[in-house]
Design a protein around this ligand. Structure first.
Ligand SMILES: [Zn+2]
Length: 511
């Protein structure tokens, strides 16, 4: 029996797992052009200063380089994460931010340990074939000697469901749903193990949730159904999934899987927080940030080093330009996004008493690729469906088609406000407003009605790299990174300073 603490951590994974899907790929439709207006005119001069300064900013990329090369990856519970947390707080203090603090949060400590997998038969020239594998985050391990069993290959859950339990019992289920976007791919990753276990499987392998075929496995969290036995689960490269599929057509394929993965007691870590206090309404807050934890492979460069460092660059730049917004601008590096969401919940608990004072929340967690504009979640309540779709539903299916006429007059006005702000970003090609944007760390406050925003990028490569050994600094293009700094700085500054406020949409945090 896991301790109650561990059970709580595992349950909390459910929310984080699905919410951690990137918004850009799913929400990148329906972009509306910027429309200049009075807000554009009022902030044109300040925005020009910001764009100019961001175009040559080196501070944030230098900091990102240090984070990647000298702290490295920083999975929850590890000493590296807490080194990053202390370093992040120092960085904010040195930048001159006020009220710098680490808000404590207990985080799970999942440990990968040694792991390996082979196709033992059919071998190749008499020897086993090594699989390119990476255990899924939060997976249990195998017994010490590993598991050796025949595989059952399926493409989809439907194929699995159609098989009699006798044909699955004692076997290793291998999924290759193909690549139909991260929403589908990550659904197999997060829920595939328990669905296989429900039919008696002893382990699960899943094709990595990526479109890139380069023998690179992608980890990511899984979500156990507490009613089913917990079986070990790993990602394999797309190439290896296809190899198993071909071999399985010829006859029995037997795989050996050995994983030492296990949970250790929760560890104290925390959200890193710093501010530019508002000059007139310091109690009202615009929050911007990303997550400081990463998976335990690569450098966590795009996911989400680039997000926290672009947000840092944006706030530092506003400070350095002596722009003094009327409201408080708060920078947060949330903790434990990847496998628990403890930071997002702790932050909600910190501000819930003053939720009406939380003016907007902007999360960058989709990589610093070239930005196209700002995602701002304003959803029409369609007839017969009075509830907004959950974030999970939107991640899987994309947001409902955008129709300005279906918005209330207040929603239309709020959307047009964002279009006026976006007009300030046209010089860097980021002038569109997308009708939805968010992130899993801000999910808990968005559920309470705080307006939800995120940069929307071209998202060409994010899912090729994230959660892999290949998520390293070289993937972050300096010019694109600077554009994200510019986007975050202009957007947060105007939201923190302008006369009015955006409308929020209460998006349920879970289904
Ligand atoms: Zn992330």
């Amino acid at each position: 029996m896991p301790s109650p603490k561990v059970v709580l951590s595992l349950l909390s994974v459910a929310a984080a797992a699905v919410l951690s899907l990137s918004v850009s790929a799913q929400f990148g439709a329906n972009g509306q052009p910027a429309v200049a207006g009075p807000i554009t005119a009022k902030y044109q001069a300040d925005a020009s200063k910001i764009l100019t300064a961001a175009s040559s900013d080196n501070d944030a990329y230098t900091a990102l380089t240090y984070l990647c090369d000298h702290i490295g990856n920083r999975n929850s519970g590890t000493p590296q994460l807490n080194t990053a947390v202390q370093w992040g707080a120092d960085l904010m203090r040195k930048a001159g931010l006020e009220n710098v603090m680490v808000q404590p949060a207990m985080v799970p400590h999942w440990v990968r340990g040694h792991e390996e997998a082979q196709i033992v038969s059919p071998g190749l020239n008499g020897t086993p074939r090594t699989l390119h594998m990476l255990g899924l985050g939060m997976s249990v391990g195998t017994p010490g000697q590993g598991i050796t069993a025949p595989v059952v290959f399926v493409h989809t859950f439907d194929e699995l469901d159609a098989l009699p339990p006798d044909s699955i019992k004692g076997k290793i289920v291998v999924y290759n749903p193909g690549w139909h976007g991260y929403g589908v791919g990550s659904l197999y990753r997060t829920t595939g193990a328990s669905r296989a276990a429900a039919k008696g499987a002893v382990a699960m392998l899943v094709r990595s949730a990526t479109g890139l075929v380069e023998q690179t496995p992608h980890t990511g969290t899984l979500r156990y159904d507490e009613k089913q036995p917990k079986i070990p689960a790993a990602a394999i490269s797309p190439e290896d999934a296809l190899l198993i599929e071909r071999l399985a057509k010829e006859g029995t394929v037997t795989v050996h899987l050995q994983m030492d993965a296990h949970q250790e007691p929760d560890v104290e870590s925390g959200n890193v927080i710093g501010e530019i206090r508002g000059s007139e309404k310091p109690d009202e807050v615009v929050v911007v940030g990303g997550h400081i934890d990463s998976w335990d492979v690569g450098q966590g460069a795009q996911d989400d080093g680039s997000g926290i460092m672009a947000a840092y660059g944006a706030v530092k730049l506003i400070h350095d330009l002596h722009l003094k917004p009327k409201r408080t601008l708060r920078l947060v590096f949330w903790v434990n996004e990847e496998n628990g969401g403890a930071g997002g919940r702790a932050y909600r608990d910190l501000v819930a008493k003053n939720i009406d004072k939380q003016v907007a929340a902007i999360e960058m967690d989709d990589g610093a690729e070239a930005p196209l504009g700002i995602g701002y979640t304003v959803l029409a309540r369609t007839p017969g469906n009075r509830r907004a779709p959950t974030m999970q539903q939107m991640m899987r299916q994309g947001p409902p088609p955008f129709n300005m006429d279906a918005l209330t007059p207040e929603q239309q006005q709020s959307f047009q406000t964002m279009q006026q702000i976006a007009a300030l970003l046209q010089p860097i090609g980021a002038g569109k407003v997308f009708p939805a944007g968010g992130g899993s760390d801000i999910g808990p406050i968005v559920a309470l009605g705080v307006p939800s925003l995120a940069p929307i990028t071209v998202a060409e490569h994010y899912f090729d790299w994230h959660h892999t050994e290949a998520d390293t600094l070289d993937k972050v293009n300096l010019d694109d990174f600077r554009k994200n700094i510019a986007l975050l700085a202009v957007t947060t500054y105007v939201l923190a300073d302008m006369d009015g406020r955006l409308l929020g949409t209460k998006i349920p945090d879970r289904e």
